[in-house]
Design a protein around this ligand. Structure first.
Ligand SMILES: Nc1ncnc2c1ncn2[C@@H]1O[C@H](COP(=O)(O)OP(=O)(O)O)[C@@H](O)[C@H]1O
Ligand SMILES: [Mg+2]
Length: 295
């Protein structure tokens, strides 16, 4: 029997429900559980990882990881370490903890993408306000983002140097790291490509006229988009660079160029599912069983 685990904050959430349904429809056994049910037992000679008294090393054929959520420093390490420990027991974890650690971090992701030939916007990441405030060109606007943000929350646009001095110095004072990026004019729309393995299974425009943030969570509307070879190539290559099996790749089109701005390693697909006939949950499970579970 193939048993596929799903670790999540809420076993009744939309994506987890979709995955559970797909697992059953394909004839496998689902095992969804919450992060806060995890525990590790360490004893002489090794360790075991449990959820609700079930030994995951014995139970699972593979584990799918849903969003970790907003966490304290300790929780983040505990959850990530537990994923590493599960993987070290020989269970395929999708996405792998290594991939999640890279993709969750916009700084490292963007540097790796740039180094590997993907077009990305000019970006500076620093703790030092003085050096950087002088250097930036405010005429186009500078996007300031939290390093570990999502859903467009916490990012804002700077258009003036005096303002930048004040705001960035305050952020620095509060111990934030500054992630500053050239603003790309995109006319209220960007692209989300949903990657599974070597394929983009679906893509959409996210449209929110008059807004520079086009996250679905900010109110953008999903619009159908044909997966062109160009989009597929950019998105699949980007996902590979950060070692993601499953990824939501955000692409901004500006002045005729396509830029990758981030990679989501635990992407939702409620929005994109509205504009595609592909059963995304089923595609994920088929991929996990065919490509990840050794038989
Ligand atoms: N450099 C940029 N120029 C213009 N728009 C941007 C830029 N970076 C992000 N955006 C807009 O903000 C949204 C959120 O940014 P993103 O980097 O994907 O962070 P999040 O993790 O919050 O989704 C993007 O989908 C896009 O619409
Ligand atoms: Mg995004």
């Amino acid at each position: 029997m193939i048993t596929i685990g799903i670790v999540t904050r809420n076993v009744h959430g939309w994506a987890t429900t979709q995955l559970t349904r797909a697992i059953i429809e394909l004839g496998y056994e689902p095992f969804p559980f919450n992060y806060n049910s995890l525990y590790t037992e360490i004893h002489q000679g090794g360790y075991e990882v449990f959820s609700n008294r079930i030994n995951l090393g014995k139970k699972l054929s593979a584990l799918i990881v849903r969003p970790l959520g907003r966490l304290s420093f300790e929780q983040a390490f505990f959850r990530m370490d537990t994923l590493h420990l599960i993987e070290n027991l020989g269970i395929p974890v999708i996405n792998s903890p290594k991939a999640i650690e890279i993709a969750i971090n916009k700084h490292r992701t963007l540097a790796l993408l740039a180094k590997n030939g993907i077009k990305v916007p000019y970006t500076v990441v620093t703790e030092n306000v003085n050096e950087i405030v002088k250097k930036l060109d405010y005429s186009r606007g500078i996007v300031v983002k939290p390093l570990f943000g999502s859903k467009g929350l916490g990012s804002f646009l700077l258009k003036d140097r005096d303002y930048a001095w004040r705001v960035l110095a305050d952020l620095r004072y509060l111990r934030h790291v500054l992630y500053l990026q050239r603003f790309l004019r995109h006319g209220g729309r960007d692209i989300r490509a949903f990657v599974i393995g070597d394929r983009v299974v679906a893509a959409m425009y996210r449209e929110l006229p008059g807004s520079w943030k086009t996250n679905i969570a900010r109110g953008a509307k999903p619009k159908p988009l044909k997966v062109t070879d160009e989009i597929a190539e950019i998105a699949v290559k980007s996902a590979k660079i950060v070692s993601c099996d499953v990824a939501g790749v955000d692409i901004v089109e500006s002045e005729g160029e396509k830029y990758v701005i981030e990679i989501n390693s635990q992407p939702g697909w409620k929005g994109i599912q509205k504009v595609t006939k592909v059963d995304i949950a089923k595609k994920i499970i088929e991929y996990v069983v065919e490509e990840k579970i050794k038989r």
